[in-house]
Design a protein around this ligand. Sequence first.
Ligand code: NAD
Length: 260
Amino acid sequence: MLKQKSSIVTGSTSGIGLGIAHAFAAEGVDVMLNGFGNADEIEATRAEMERRYGVKVRYSAADMSQPEQIRAMANLAHAEFGKVDIVVNNAGIQFVAPIEEFPEAKWDAIVAINLSSAFHLIKAVVPGMKARRFGRIINVASAHGLTASPYKAAYVTAKHGLIGLSKTVAIEVAEFGITSNTICPGYVKTPLVEKQIADQARAHGISEADVVRDVMLVHQARKDFVGVDELAALAVFLASDAAASMTAAALAMDGGWTQH
Ligand code: NAD
């Protein structure tokens, strides 16, 4: 369906980004992986994806808090693939603290990685997309882009901002065959969240099953985690021609959380 397209997926050495990268590659899309991790493991993943899917898979270690490195990653993708058709702004970090104790450095890092990185990458790829009259910008926000929770000031702010950026870009570039949308997942069982389950079970003195049901998924009516495969399938749809008219949307995939 997406053969001969090429993509950059930020934060794709783990979790949701890695799932989206696999789904794109399986559809015939060249993929620029990005994110932190063990260099040997990343290279093994990259080589295995190339072998399995028969597409070009490259890797950029660009730090999404550094605009120069983001621009260099976009240049590398253009050099390797000849074009960038799809970008997925997915890299993100979290930090939880009451507002009066929230460390300034954590605020700055979350806004830089979860929000400003998308601005810098979109800015770098839009000229080529406009010239070719095709582009798909997919931003991974969160249910926290649509609703707030306490102690997550920087994360909630950045994710709300990402939806605003996505909508603004969508309207600017709509007549060039470019769409920009935001995916807003509820809780997804990535390595990050698995660690939080164990930590919270210890902290609250309750079982891991109770943490999942009564703490994490308290607002998620479906009482189950969102699957990485479900989010990846949505990203593939958004990248396809079938989604040409879907733009400026903020799509909740959250088991009913934000409508609870
Ligand atoms: P994860 O920790 O498994 O993956 C995060 C990825 O971002 C990793 O590849 C990491 O190396 C990369 N990354 C972090 N800082 C970076 C930086 N400075 N530069 C480059 N890469 C960096 O997390 P995940 O759960 O897969 O989250 C992916 C996205 O989905 C995030 O934006 C997150 O906010 C969002 N999200 C996650 C959930 C959830 O429940 N897991 C829910 C809603 C939204």
